[in-house]
Design a protein around this ligand. Structure first.
Ligand SMILES: O=C(CO)[C@H](O)[C@H](O)COP(=O)(O)O
Length: 231
């Protein structure tokens, strides 16, 4: 069993009868979806809500019960991966470009567990990746100008393919921006929240309850101060 599987199996032990379980997106979240399928086969009743079309299809293919996001007000447990995790359990997410649903689920969850291996640990957010900022398509130049006023540098995310631009599942564009080190993540989070035309961004601050870290031969749990252990 690899580190991603180990953390996913551990997270699955927090699922209990009748829960609404939020499904993340990415290779680590996939292992959690597979672990849920095992619980479902064993007869445990629960339902799922997905953070992306991809996860929804995976859940469906494995026979997991699901409800759509617009039917949900609160989620009992949301389990997802992350691209970066800093020591205060702030996350950077969004390489999968489904930021809006991911943050909605994180905010609506009673418990949000984050599954990572050691490669995701950083001293500060933005160390390994640019900050993904999802923007209304007609606003992207205005938003980019505002981000440059903050010292940001970057451009629209490009992908291989006909149109060459990354478009989120609900039609937004993604700006990947690098900011000066002097701009601390708490301030950056607030500034990004305040820019008109920004749909969502990849800084997840004060949202995760715990990080499950895959280490050699085991799982290390790091609970946030707000993170009473899910039970
Ligand atoms: O934020 C995400 C998608 O938007 C993913 O959780 C993040 O990219 C981690 O993916 P993986 O588990 O494949 O490393």
């Amino acid at each position: 069993m690899n580190a991603k599987q180990r953390v996913a199996e551990r997270a699955a032990t927090f699922v209990s009868e009748g829960m609404v379980v939020g499904l993340g997106t990415g290779s680590t979240a996939d292992y959690f979806i597979q672990a849920l399928a095992e619980l479902h086969r064993e007869g445990m009743p629960f339902t799922t809500v997905s953070s992306s079309v991809v996860s929804q299809i995976k859940a469906h293919d494995l026979g997991l019960p699901s409800i759509s996001l617009d039917q949900v007000t609160t989620v009992d447990l949301y389990v997802d991966g992350a691209d970066e995790v800093s020591p205060d359990i702030t996350l950077l997410k969004g390489q999968g470009a489904d930021l809006v649903r991911e943050k909605l689920l994180a905010k609506a969850s009673r418990h949000f567990l984050v599954l990572v291996d050691e490669s995701k640990l950083v001293r500060s957010i933005g160390q390994n990746f640019a900050i993904p900022i999802e923007v209304m398509p007609f606003a992207w130049r205005m938003v980019k100008t505002q981000l440059e006023v903050l010292g940001g540098q970057g451009d629209l995310r490009r992908i291989a393919g006909k149109d060459n631009l990354m478009i989120s599942s609900h039609g937004s564009l993604i700006l990947d921006m690098v900011f000066p080190d002097e701009l601390d993540v708490a301030t950056l989070n607030e500034r990004l929240n305040a820019i008109p035309g920004v749909v969502e961004h990849g800084i997840f601050k004060n949202l995760a309850n715990a990080v499950f870290l895959g280490v050699a031969g085991g799982v290390e749990e790091r609970w946030a101060d707000n993170g009473d252990e899910a039970s």
